[in-house]
Design a protein. Structure first.
Length: 243
């Protein structure tokens, strides 16, 4: 991890309000407000595979992803990795510990070279409490986390492993849907990553993807997975779920 301290002018060395403007939470603020926040940030760069947060640590910092991609994970007692979410540029994490003062609920690692703006937990609370629009945005994000967790609990309770893979492909397809043509998941999902997301094995994921390809529901390309028949895949999940 490389840490670059912010400079008073918010220039290229330490980042600035132009970079914070790419964070949706801050996009609606006036440039002068973003510049003031930027001066309170520490700017860090993490290499791919480097850990950013350790679960159960006592830190309270909040992290804003300026560029790159990170993964939120937890580990079972046996050491099995469970992926909770991947966060992209514009996302933020660490707010739970800042709000409730408890230890971190998950670990976070960089999936590729990642640049982060970091503020202390007390600074984050001051920013949110002093700006109702930011408070509402943080609440909306937490609602999204709760809804997503509810969906995942339902899937784990009602769907078999094969259908959990189907459901996760649909979720990833929605994230990458450009609006024209069939949905595309890019880059092509790694079997172990999919297995970690839906609590199954790499072998199961490989078998399911091969079956979907044979049935012309998905198509592998060099760097992407095309969902050729999203409606059929959706029906396969909903028929089992019973919605």
């Amino acid at each position: 991890m490389i840490e670059v301290h912010s400079n008073p002018g918010g220039g290229a060395q330490g980042g600035g309000n132009d970079e914070l403007g790419r964070i949706p939470l801050f996009a609606g603020l006036a440039p002068a407000e973003r510049a003031a926040i930027a001066r309170q940030c520490r700017w860090r760069r993490f290499a791919a595979g480097e850990q950013i947060i350790d679960r159960q640590s006592e830190s309270r910092d909040v992290f804003f992803v300026v560029s790159g991609r990170v993964r939120v994970i937890i580990y079972s007692v046996a050491g099995r990795e469970v992926t909770l979410d991947d966060l992209l540029a514009g996302d933020f994490f660490g707010e739970l510990a800042a709000i409730d003062g408890n230890p971190r609920s998950a670990s976070v690692m960089a999936l590729e070279e990642t640049r982060l703006a970091v503020v202390g937990g007390s600074t984050f609370l001051d920013l949110v409490l002093g700006r109702p629009a930011l408070a509402l945005a943080v609440m909306a994000r937490m609602v999204g986390i709760i809804r997503n967790s509810t969906d995942r609990i339902m899937d784990l309770s009602t769907l078999g492993a094969n259908n959990r893979v189907h459901g996760e492909l649909l979720r990833l397809a929605r994230l990458g849907d450009g609006g024209e043509g069939p949905p595309v998941i890019r880059p092509i999902p790694v079997h172990s990553d999919l297995a970690s997301r839906v609590s199954t094995t790499r072998e199961t994921v490989a078998r399911v993807l091969n079956d979907l390809a044979r049935r012309d529901i998905v198509r592998r390309e060099r760097d992407a997975l095309v969902i050729v028949d999203a409606a059929r895949l959706h029906k396969m999940v909903e028929d089992v779920r019973g919605d």
